[in-house]
Design a protein around this ligand. Structure first.
Ligand SMILES: Nc1ncnc2c1ncn2[C@@H]1O[C@H](COP(=O)(O)OP(=O)(O)O)[C@@H](O)[C@H]1O
Ligand SMILES: Cc1ncc(COP(=O)(O)OP(=O)(O)O)c(N)n1
Length: 477
């Protein structure tokens, strides 16, 4: 059997037949954030967007059977725990975690629905506190935080942070306190660690009724993103940004008459990673047309390019690649997931190998020193080194080098023939592994655009276009 990089995420929670909260929301959230979702049902509710009309708790032993049966067959990378309803159910989950704990456990301590209905028996609150020691992160809203801490509800955000710090330290668990129940213009969240270290995630409050299941959706997105290798702080940031987009799009779903669901797949409708990259590509069509028309490119294609001119291009290319590799190294260091980290690191290595190859096969043995860096090359490299400081802007800035080189190279390679004076060089453009790397770089840069906000996307678009300008100047020098 082959192994997959798609994390398998199990929700242990209650069912919401209206699809906005509970396991139904969890499964959508897990899928929308790049995981494979599974669900063991701890309780059933009869509810809609207006309220809860009933709760039914199946025998806890049947939950134990669901959990063991799934774990007997499937590697579980992360668990998200939601509504557990009663102490006997919580005890089954605690016992299962003690026996077969998956590496990541996110606990959403569901107690009361927005509509006011109780989803946890008051007598089960102690059992839920005992479950905290099995979790990596617990994600209470303000009323839930107060119950877990055994204190009155916090009167403001600073009060909530202090309460979360006490809870985190007492139980040795990270607390992601969510600010949806705060009044005012903002809806911040904060990660509070045992010992009291706080990382805040600011957020503007949206004026929307699409708030049903926000806590469920956030906690399962967080479990999924962490299982994809993002550090806790990055995973919270990306999950919250995703949820905000899903909430914003929720009202357009027009589901129900009360507090409607979020649109978990809002990005599927209107924001594919490829869409961003395609827009940047379209936006530099004028620059690409100028590159195609350059004497250097046309004469390389028809074989009339002057030898010295070609050699000087290769010498600048070699100098460029050494510095470009360092920028790719920065992208790797800032990458939010291990896959991206590895990808950019491999590209950096590939550049250094190509630079070496240029010397061994085309330029002669000596590296550096002989050919001075041209003014045009310096300007391009300065632009790349100054890109950032965020990951998205750096990967947008490095992308045109992949993409334009691949695009121009494809057409040049097609003009080659056995007698072509540059046939050996044109053959390097047809390397399928470079085509694959280019596709992957486009995908990762596009994904970075979906993770950031409008300002970040504008910076990425500018960085891409500016790099395309430098590509033009590089070919023209
Ligand atoms: N009106 C809103 N605008 C923006 N974000 C919100 C809003 N309401 C809730 N959120 C966010 O949704 C997530 C869940 O929040 P919260 O309402 O505190 O939990 P729960 O749904 O468990 O009651 C948090 O990230 C919170 O900041
Ligand atoms: C079955 C089920 N589980 C959990 C909830 C509560 O959802 P949550 O996201 O915490 O908040 P609201 O939907 O109540 O705003 C639920 N309603 N049903």
């Amino acid at each position: 059997m082959t192994s997959s990089t798609t994390p398998r995420v199990l929700s242990i929670a209650g069912s919401d037949p209206s699809g906005g909260a509970g396991v139904q929301a969890d499964l959508k959230s897990i899928a929308a954030n790049g995981g494979y979702g599974m669900a063991a049902i701890a309780a059933l509710t009869a509810q809609n967007t207006v309220g809860v009309t009933g709760v039914h708790v199946p025998p806890p032993e049947f939950l134990r059977l669901q959990l063991d049966t799934v774990a007997d067959d499937i590697r579980i990378d992360a668990v998200k725990i939601g509504m557990l309803a009663e102490a006997s159910v919580i005890d089954v989950v605690a016992d299962w975690l003690a026996r077969r704990r998956p590496p990541i456990v996110v606990l959403d301590p569901v107690m009361v629905a927005t509509s006011g209905a109780r989803l946890l028996a008051p007598a089960a609150e102690d059992a839920l506190r005992r479950l905290l020691r099995h979790a990596d992160v617990v994600t209470p809203n303000l009323p839930e935080l107060a119950v877990l801490a055994g204190e009155p509800e916090a009167s403001g955000w600073n009060d909530a942070l202090a309460q979360a710090a006490r809870l985190a330290t007492e139980h040795g668990v990270r607390v992601l306190v969510t600010g949806g129940h705060l009044g005012g213009a903002s809806s911040p969240d904060a990660l509070v660690k045992p010992g009291g270290a706080i990382t805040e995630f600011p957020g503007a409050r949206l004026e929307t009724a699409a708030t049903h299941g926000t806590g469920c959706s956030l906690s399962s997105a967080l479990a999924t993103r962490r299982a994809r290798g993002e550090a806790w702080e990055i995973a919270i940031d990306t999950a919250k940004t995703w949820l905000t987009d899903a909430m914003r799009a929720g009202s357009a779903l027009a589901v129900g008459h009360g507090n409607g669901p979020v649109d978990h797949f809002a990005r599927l409708h209107d924001e594919q990673p490829e869409d961003h990259a395609a827009a940047w590509w379209r936006d530099c069509a004028d620059i690409r047309a100028q590159i195609d028309a350059l004497p250097f490119v046309t004469s390389l294609g028809d074989g009339t390019l002057d030898r010295e001119r070609f050699r000087s291009y290769l010498a600048q290319d070699a100098l460029y690649l050494r510095e470009y590799a360092k920028v790719l190294g920065r992208a790797s260091a800032l990458a939010p997931s291990p896959e991206e980290e590895l990808f950019w690191a491999r590209c950096a290595r590939g550049c250094l190998e190509s630079e070496l190859q240029l010397h061994t096969s085309w330029l002669g043995a000596e590296r550096g020193g002989c050919t001075p860096l041209s003014r045009v090359n310096r300007a391009y490299l300065d632009h790349l080194s100054a890109a950032g400081p965020d990951y998205g802007t750096i990967v947008a800035a490095v992308l045109p080098c992949f993409w334009i080189y691949r695009d121009v190279g494809e057409r040049l390679a097609a003009r080659s023939h056995p007698e072509h004076p540059y046939a050996a060089w044109l053959a390097t453009y047809a390397d399928p592994s470079f085509a694959e790397s280019t596709m992957a770089a486009i995908r990762w840069a596009g994904l970075a655009a979906t993770r950031t906000d409008a300002g970040g996307r504008a910076r990425m678009a500018r960085a891409f276009r500016l790099s395309a300008h430098h590509e033009l100047a590089f070919f023209a020098q």
